[in-house]
Design a binder for this molecule. Structure first.
Ligand code: HMG
Ligand code: MG
Length: 296
């Protein structure tokens, strides 16, 4: 059975723009405000990572501090360590996210430590966030394959997800970082993880590299998952995962969900305008098929 409602967690301003050079702080803010205006309630707006690693996100504090805030929206930020967390709290993040992986090689390349070391590092981040009453989300990357190790067993995805959940993450977002999954594998993986973490605490974060994300999400929605990460105009990728293209375009996801009679609370036209505006800023054609069709 499909859910009546799906909560969309918009990652374009973070997962998308971390991969784009020279987007001004003002253009990032305009994107985030445009998304809120379209009815998106959960927006990942910033990433407090090392500016040496990802210079594109170096203005995250300025972005968060200068958004014209919509009180119905949760503005979230990535925080890999205590330093990032302190910066996020100072900038007024409503929610933060730690990000681990089900692949050792990806963990090493993305956050410069093993899975076990990352878990040690996350403990004080969660404690400090909880002391500040700020909810923590947890990502697990490479849930359907790794750019360095290939196949990743679902048992490992379930193991890392359970650790992050038991440590205090209120939701675990399962990342198909390089978009290699297909519907049956994706569904089986979610079923295996949901034996360790309640399915209503899971989210899907599927990159669309091989054009499978929408099909994978439809297959997984039948397991009871009802939180989906997506990226306006299909922006995105991960600088430490070669070949990771954008996330599933939010416009395409919303179109499918509305067509299935599933409520998202999002105005598709306003969403597509926000996507068109950032695509124009980037000098790119939108990565959303729906936005392309609507623009004709
Ligand atoms: P490190 O080099 O091991 O860290 O990097 P360090 O603690 O040794 O610090 C090195 C330098 O960075 C120091 O500066 C620190 O102060 C500074 P120096 O003394 O050399 O001048 N530093 C920081 N500065 C600002 N903010 C911070 C911070 N931390 C250290 N938070 C670290 C470890 C985790 C910092 C680094 O590896 C890093 O920043 N990695 C982030 C990589 C990244 O952003 N990847 C993309 C996001 S994840 C993703 O896209 C996947 C996802 O979408 C899900 C999916 O698709 O699967 C979430
Ligand atoms: Mg991602």
């Amino acid at each position: 059975m499909l859910p009546n409602q799906v909560s969309i967690f918009e990652v374009g301003a973070r997962d998308g723009l971390q991969n784009e050079k020279s987007v001004s702080t003002q253009d990032k803010i305009a994107l985030i405000e445009g998304l809120a205006n379209a009815g998106i309630k959960r927006i990942e707006a910033a990433s407090f990572v090392s500016p040496k690693w990802v210079p594109q996100m170096a203005d995250s504090g300025e972005v968060l501090k200068n958004i014209n805030r919509n009180s119905a929206v949760t503005y979230s930020a990535l925080t890999p360590n205590l330093k990032g967390l302190e910066l996020a709290l100072d900038a007024g993040a409503d929610e933060v996210a730690i990000f681990g992986a089900a692949s050792q090689s990806f963990s090493q390349r993305n956050i410069n430590c093993s899975i076990e070391e990352s878990i040690e590092r996350f403990i004080p981040v969660i404690e400090r966030a909880q002391a500040a009453n700020v909810p923590v989300r947890g990502y697990v990357s490479c849930v359907l394959g790794c750019p360095y190790e290939g196949d990743i067993p679902s048992s490992e995805v379930a193991r890392v997800s359970e650790i992050l959940y038991k440590m205090g993450c209120y939701e675990i977002s399962l990342g198909d970082t390089i978009g290699v999954g297909t519907p049956h594998n994706a569904r089986k993986m979610v079923e295996e993880v949901s034996r360790k973490v309640p399915v209503d605490k899971l989210a899907l974060h599927f990159h669309d590299t091989y054009g499978q994300a929408l099909a994978n999400i439809l297959a997984c929605l039948e397991t009871g998952v009802s939180v989906i990460d997506s990226s306006v105009a299909g922006l995105g990728g991960c600088p430490y995962a070669k070949g990771a293209s954008g996330n599933l375009a939010t416009e395409d996801l919303v179109y499918m969900l509305h067509g299935l009679g599933i409520d998202t609370g999002i105005d598709l036209r306003l969403l597509a305008s926000a996507g068109d505006a950032i695509s124009q800023t980037l000098g790119k054609t939108t990565g959303s098929k729906v936005a392309q069709a609507m623009g004709k």
